[in-house]
Write a protein that binds this ligand. Structure first.
Ligand SMILES: *Cc1c(COP(=O)(O)O)cnc(C)c1O
Length: 351
């Protein structure tokens, strides 16, 4: 047994996965208590009267192709949110283990930890250095209880990438003790490549990808966790069978058609141009204090009076994310880059 399995919860190591109905698509299914007829409005390819494949091999293979790993190194999940939850539930014993996270960051890491009864250990990003990772402090705070280190790069909500050498150095140093989970939900919008290619020489590295952002499928709820086969095998015991629904599977296959992938790349390019235009225009607005550099599809913007900006945008029919309650961000709003028309409307509302 490798250390990747040994540091997991003993109950999960010992768990025998649920034995779902066998999957033999050529045969008539009288073994799963499904209705033999489709519902009247069912326009799906496979028929929603049927359970989807329990661990979807074709979807897994397609996503593995997209992200450039072997199928045994990928777990398809109901969004990255589910992947985060699976990691915490599989690796952290309630009341004993901990996760480390670097605020300000994505809120789900701490929520998943609290639900599981694992303590969130916080090592703040360094605002004075552009919200850089404090890897020395992470090392120092990584007690034996810490099983997972969540790093988000590009980070939500600050928009910056974390230093790859620092991330990989942590993965190395924590080998045998903790997994380093890099959430790359926004990597398609970044000026640097994914760390996926480094999975092979950094066994403790776990990478989260999602179709929710650059591929425009937030409503389909499909994400992917990339890791060593031992980690995937462990999490597969815990994930619900049929986690990704049939309509989602079909939507993902459509999104992976060459024409759809080309359109997604084009839209990312449009979005990056809009990001630059919006950032420059906001910097010129009176009342805007800082527009932080962004490697994602949103901007972190600090205002002299963030409340007033929020209100004016709202009056123009625009919702912005209020971050004023977060430490280090007391004057900040997070603004998703919209279509050119939406961005114009935002700029008009703030002038
Ligand atoms: C949006 C986002 C995700 C995506 O979550 P899904 O569940 O895949 O939609 C993951 N991580 C971060 C940091 C995000 O901002």
């Amino acid at each position: 047994m490798s250390w990747l399995t040994e540091i997991a919860r003993p109950e999960i190591r010992a768990l025998r996965a649920y034995e779902h109905a066998v999957w033999e698509p050529g045969l008539i299914r009288l073994h799963a208590n499904e209705l033999p007829w489709r519902a009247g409005a069912d326009r799906s390819l496979a028929g929603l009267n049927r359970y989807p494949e329990p661990h979807p091999h074709e979807l897994t293979a397609a996503l593995a192709g997209l992200y450039g790993v072997g199928s045994d190194m990928l777990l398809a999940s109901r969004g990255s949110d589910e992947a985060i939850d699976l990691l915490v539930r599989s690796y952290c014993r309630a009341g004993q283990d901990a996760v480390l996270l670097c605020p300000p960051t994505f809120g789900m890491y701490a929520v998943a930890a609290r639900i599981q009864g694992a303590a969130p250990v916080e090592v703040p990003l360094l605002r004075a250095r552009g919200f850089a990772l404090d890897d020395a402090a992470v090392r120092e705070r990584c007690s034996a209880q810490v099983k997972l280190v969540f790093l988000c790069s590009p980070n939500n909500p600050t928009g910056n990438r974390l230093d790859s050498a620092a991330i990989l150095g942590l993965a190395r140093d924590l080998e045998g003790r903790a997994l380093v989970v890099v959430d790359e939900a926004y990597v398609e919008f970044a000026a640097a490549a994914s760390l996926t290619a480094r999975l092979h020489d950094h066994p403790g590295l776990v990478i989260l990808r999602t179709l929710s952002k650059a591929h425009g499928l937030a409503g389909a709820r499909c994400g992917a966790l990339l890791a060593q086969p031992d980690v995937i095998a462990l999490l597969r015991k815990v994930i619900q069978p049929y986690a990704v629904t049939q309509p989602s599977i079909e939507a993902v296959f459509q999104a992976l058609e060459p024409a759809a992938l080309a359109q997604a790349r084009e839209r990312v390019a449009t979005l990056l141009a809009e990001r630059a235009r919006l950032a420059a225009a906001l910097r010129a607005r009176r009342g805007v204090v800082t527009v932080w550099p962004s490697d994602a599809n949103f901007l972190l913007v600090e205002f002299e009076d963030a409340g007033a900006a929020l209100q004016r945008a709202h009056q123009a029919g625009l919702l912005l994310r209020d971050l004023r309650a977060a430490p280090q961000l007391t004057r900040a709003l997070r603004i998703s880059v919209g279509s050119p028309e939406q961005n114009d409307r935002l700029l008009a509302s703030l002038s």
